[in-house]
Write a protein that binds this ligand. Structure first.
Ligand code: ZN
Length: 464
């Protein structure tokens, strides 16, 4: 029995862990490495294992940094089964198709911009990482869709149970029961864990006590602000920008955060804490599709939200809300110089339509940019949050003059205490820390007791 680490090792993106037991090879997640330039080039490197040898991929959730290399895996020969909850499967479909589409677009843009380089272009540069067709082919690999708490026998000696991780719709922690040559081990993968007290999703459910845990540590060094003050801060940022005659740009992750932001905008309006919102743009085809998928899965929600769906009320319906699927409608948002709330991806601003809204609004003192999610090192979002005086967008220098807000209480990730409590319940004698920046991991590791802690490096493998 072995575990090997092929992504999200001492970093937060590209989750990919390989487990071998009883002749079965399974991956937990196969995510895209996100960042810019060289970081993203890592996606083109070999996986570190032969994709054709993988029997199963167990997908914890549909975020790109967990599912985004699946089309590449299939393109490089994977013919096994992808196992995920029904909601994860639906969301992953949208996420992977969107990623493929963006990569094709990026390729076309580069070709237009540098036609003279075409002869010298390397093969790697000439290809998209994967195409829409690759993503479609990968969808054929999705097989069983377990419900939470249902044990699934993948092969003799290998069982998995999915538990609600409360992170995004359909997200799961995985409890693996492994047997080989009379030896037995239980291994729990936290996946990304959600935090409590959010409006839509239930709190994470910890799997049973396990011998070994593989734990994400995104926010292992800090405590989130309580949600109440975060909502206040959010409404204040919008009211402030409107009073100054500006717009509000909210870089949003299409899954979950966009829907939560719509929820809070509607509540703020209904409670009179926001002025009439005449122009709210959900400028992300993916977020629009995701919102529709949310509407298909009331079973994943907090009971009070599920009841609203059941009663025929759409909790995301907001007067003044416009869905802009087409690029031409997205560009038309430019004509609003004040009073608009613009939600657009990507959340870390490392791509997507939000960059063009930043170019329009970031340099204007009257505007507000409101970050509501995690921003990894090296991303445009992180540079703005860290106080850059100017940034480069589409090869143009843009001064940062808008007010910048980071609303940390909206996080979709558990904070230090929530991670510790989860870890305490799972009570592993051995703990692997993944999906965190190295300094954060060290701080978190120092809080763990009665367990052997490891912080694997990329490519490292261990006997279980
Ligand atoms: Zn996630």
């Amino acid at each position: 029995m072995k575990i090997a680490f092929h992504g999200a090792d001492r970093t937060v993106t590209g989750s990919c862990h390989l487990v071998e037991c009883a002749g079965v090879r399974l991956l937990v997640d196969c995510g895209l490495v996100q960042g810019e330039g060289e970081t993203e080039e890592r996606n083109r490197q070999p996986f570190g294992f032969a994709p054709a040898d993988i029997d199963f991929v167990l997908l914890t959730h549909a975020h790109l940094d967990h599912c985004g290399r699946l089309p590449l895996l299939a393109k490089r020969g994977f013919r096994g089964e992808i196992v995920a909850t029904a909601a994860t499967r639906e969301l992953a479909r949208v996420v992977m198709l969107d990623a493929a589409h963006l990569q094709e677009e990026e390729l076309r843009r580069n070709q237009r911009r540098r036609p003279h380089r075409s002869a010298a272009r390397t093969e790697a540069e000439a290809d998209a990482l994967y195409t829409v067709l690759d993503a479609l082919n990968c969808l054929d690999r999705f097989g069983r869709a377990p419900t939470y708490g249902q044990a699934l026998e993948l092969a003799p000696g290998v069982r998995v149970t999915f538990f609600d991780a409360g992170h995004i719709l359909g997200s799961a922690s995985l409890y693996l029961e492994l047997e080989e040559d009379g030896g037995r081990r239980t291994v729990t993968f936290s996946g990304d864990l959600g935090n409590r007290g959010r409006p839509l999703l239930r709190a994470p459910v910890a799997p049973p006590a396990s011998d070994i845990a593989v734990v994400e540590t995104t926010y292992g060094d800090r405590l989130h602000k309580p949600i109440g003050p975060s909502i206040e801060e959010f409404y204040a940022a919008i009211n402030g920008a409107f009073a100054r005659g500006g717009n509000v740009v909210i870089p949003t992750f299409a899954l979950e955060r966009a829907q939560e932001v719509l929820w809070y905008l509607r509540e703020g309006r209904e409670q009179g804490r926001l002025p009439p919102l005449l122009q709210v743009f959900l400028d992300s085809p993916m977020a629009i599709s995701a919102t529709q998928i949310f509407e298909h899965h009331p079973e994943c929600f907090e009971p009070h939200v599920a009841r609203q769906f059941g009663a025929g009320k759409d909790p995301f319906a907001l007067p003044g809300l416009h869905f802009t699927r087409e690029a031409v409608d997205s560009i038309a948002i430019n004509r609003f110089r004040s009073g608009a709330v613009i939600l657009a991806g990507a959340g870390m601003c490392n791509g997507g339509r939000v960059r063009h809204h930043l170019r329009q609004n970031l340099w204007r003192e009257s505007c507000a940019i409101v970050f509501v999610g995690y921003a990894a090192r090296g991303t445009l979002a992180r540079r703005i949050i860290d106080g850059a005086a100017s940034v480069h967008i589409f090869e143009e220098e843009v001064r940062v003059r808008a007010s910048i807000h980071t609303i940390n209480g909206f996080s979709a990730h558990a904070d230090r205490d929530e991670l510790l409590e989860w870890h305490h319940r799972v009570a592993p004698r051995r703990t692997f820390l993944v999906h965190g920046e190295e300094d954060v991991m060290r701080i978190f590791a120092a809080q763990l007791h009665d367990t052997e802690v490891q912080m694997p490096e990329f490519g490292q493998s261990y006997e279980l």
